[in-house]
Write a protein that binds this ligand. Structure first.
Ligand code: HEC
Length: 141
């Protein structure tokens, strides 16, 4: 009797872990595909200012590569792409006081481009940004 319960337990745990692993591989694939779509959006909408290497132009267009702003202000970064950004900000110790207009992207496109810029040029985001996460971001965030 005990052996049966034990076996059942092992089976359940085994199944749980194998399902979990499958899910994370699927999630990883989704993350990769989103970032790939984001790369195309980046070229079309962002590269003119933030440049192909994500380094921007010191004092004029802030960097996205190794940007402490992008790294530590996830919601604010999403908000800046969704609603635009103006006024004084500090990125990697340098002050910017300019304007980025909203670019008219859909929530899904914003998630894609965020997944691209947060995993490029040495940036290391492991938490995929979803369309649902973007849709929750409000102008007051
Ligand atoms: C016309 C130039 C221009 C374009 C195009 C542009 N940006 Fe920006 N971006 C700026 C400026 C200028 C700022 C800083 C605004 C300020 O000083 O308040 C900024 C700030 C940012 C920030 C926050 C600061 C940082 O460096 O981490 C992020 C994130 C960002 N942009 C991402 C994007 C993405 C993604 C796109 C394309 C969808 C894009 N930008 C398109 C000019 C631009």
């Amino acid at each position: 009797m005990r052996l049966k319960i034990c076996l059942k337990l092992i089976l359940t745990i085994g199944l749980f872990y194998s399902c979990n692993e499958k899910l994370s591989a699927q999630e990883l694939q989704k993350f990769k595909e989103s970032a790939e779509r984001g790369a195309i959006i980046y070229k079309d909408f962002c590269m003119v200012c933030h440049l192909p290497d994500g380094n921007g132009v010191s004092g004029v267009y802030p960097p996205l590569a190794n940007s402490d702003y992008l790294k530590t202000k996830r919601a604010k970064s999403i908000k800046s792409i969704k609603y635009g950004l103006s006024g004084e900000i500090k990125v990697n110790g340098e002050t910017y006081n300019s304007i980025m207009a909203p670019l008219g992207l859909t929530d899904k496109e914003i998630a894609d481009v965020m997944n691209y810029i947060t995993t490029s040029w040495g940036n290391k985001n492991t938490q995929m940004i979803t369309e649902a996460e973007v849709s929750k971001i409000q102008p007051k965030d």
